[in-house]
Design a protein around this ligand. Structure first.
Ligand SMILES: *Cc1c(COP(=O)(O)O)cnc(C)c1O
Length: 355
């Protein structure tokens, strides 16, 4: 605490990211990173950019990357907004689109960064409880609002809603922006991006993606939003009032190559899905109750053991998972899907802990 902090800084409760421990020989299943490397083509492109051109500013508009994203998703480049990780994209979305007279609505159990942006930016918010089985029920988002945002699949539950439900939501909710955070979409969830193609693109749907999870580039910091050109223009206004060069030359070059290597993404996502299916079955055999997940993590609890205790016992064995001390979910563990080998170590440790 310092008397020089601004009044708003004194009130903040910042987001706490999952730890990045320095210990060796750790099974790190706590921050939903990919257990597989990024596209070798992305690494080569970064190497190639790592040259004397670094004395020059990067392209402030990221034209080549917007082009690559637009091509992959069947959109126009003016429907693409880029940011230094999707967390930065989300910050601009809150500032530029969700700061309205009415409160923004999001689930009570969701990405814990959303309320943090609201506090920083002075945005009122209202949480909408998840259903009995921790599902998002779009019919619960009926009251007038300043915007709606949720991840699909939701985090940390891993549960997804189909795009047809989001279309229903859009048809009712025409006076505010609906933001779908698709950070984990590549592990078996149907994307909403097709809704944005062509002349029928809704004015008020924005979809946010990251290269940190399925493209295994969390260290590069690249995220993007896609939507109606007018929404994108609003975000560009915010970005150019904050930092005109959020993505460096290395990030832009690596991201273009990663986006173009869809085969690499599909291969590593398929491996993750395979490991997830196997892990869920093994946990079920141990008595765990796991929510249906289409993410690269699962949300699971054991009827006889507290989440806190299991988290600590795993930690003592060098296995790091995520545990949230929040109402309704304090007995759950959020476990990132790692390699088959890491999964095996996790299951062996749990067997030991439970006996
Ligand atoms: C990981 C994550 C992000 C942020 O990813 P970046 O690394 O900042 O691109 C955004 N939303 C959700 C729901 C996430 O889990």
């Amino acid at each position: 605490m310092s008397r020089f902090w601004s009044p708003v800084v004194q009130t903040l409760t910042p987001y706490v990211p999952g730890e990045q421990p320095q210990m060796q020989r750790l099974v790190k299943l706590n921050t939903n990173e990919s257990p597989y490397g990024p596209s070798p083509k992305a690494l080569a492109a970064i190497q190639e950019q790592n040259n004397a051109d670094l004395r020059l500013y990067p392209d402030p508009e990221g034209k080549a990357l917007k082009q690559a994203i637009a091509k992959l998703h069947g959109l126009n480049p003016n429907q693409v907004f880029l940011g230094n990780g999707s967390d930065e994209v989300l910050a601009h979305v809150f500032a530029g689109l969700l700061k309205q007279a009415r409160p923004v609505h999001f689930p009570d159990i969701t990405y814990s960064f959303y309320p943090v942006y609201c506090k920083l930016l002075g945005i009122e918010y209202q949480t909408v409880p998840l259903g009995e089985h921790f599902e998002i029920e779009v019919s619960d988002y009926k009251v007038p609002n300043g915007g709606i945002i949720f991840p699909n699949p939701n985090a940390p539950t891993g549960r997804a809603v189909p795009p047809s439900e989001i279309e229903k939501l859009l048809s009712r909710n025409t006076d505010s922006v609906v933001v779908i955070d698709e950070a984990y979409v590549d592990y078996g969830t149907e994307s909403c991006i097709p809704l944005l193609r062509g002349a029928t693109c809704p004015e008020n749907l924005l979809v946010v993606h990251t290269l940190s999870k399925s493209r295994a580039l969390a260290g590069l910091r690249v995220g993007f939003a896609v939507g109606h050109p007018a929404l994108i223009e609003g975000l560009e206004r915010v970005k150019n009032s904050f930092n005109s060069y959020p993505l460096g030359r290395l990030a832009q070059a690596g991201a273009v190559a990663a986006i173009e290597d869809q085969a690499h993404l599909e291969e590593s996502s398929a491996k993750v899905i395979h490991t997830r299916t196997k892990l869920v079955a093994e946990l079920t055999a141990l008595g765990f109750d796991t929510l249906p997940s289409t993410a690269n993590f699962i949300f699971t609890r054991h009827p006889k053991h507290s989440g806190e205790k299991l988290y600590q016992a795993l930690r003592d064995r060098g296995i790091i998972v995520r545990h949230f001390k929040s109402p309704r979910i304090e007995n759950f563990l959020r476990i990132t899907i790692g390699t088959d080998e890491q999964s095996g170590e996790l299951v062996a440790a749990l067997k030991e802990i439970l006996t």
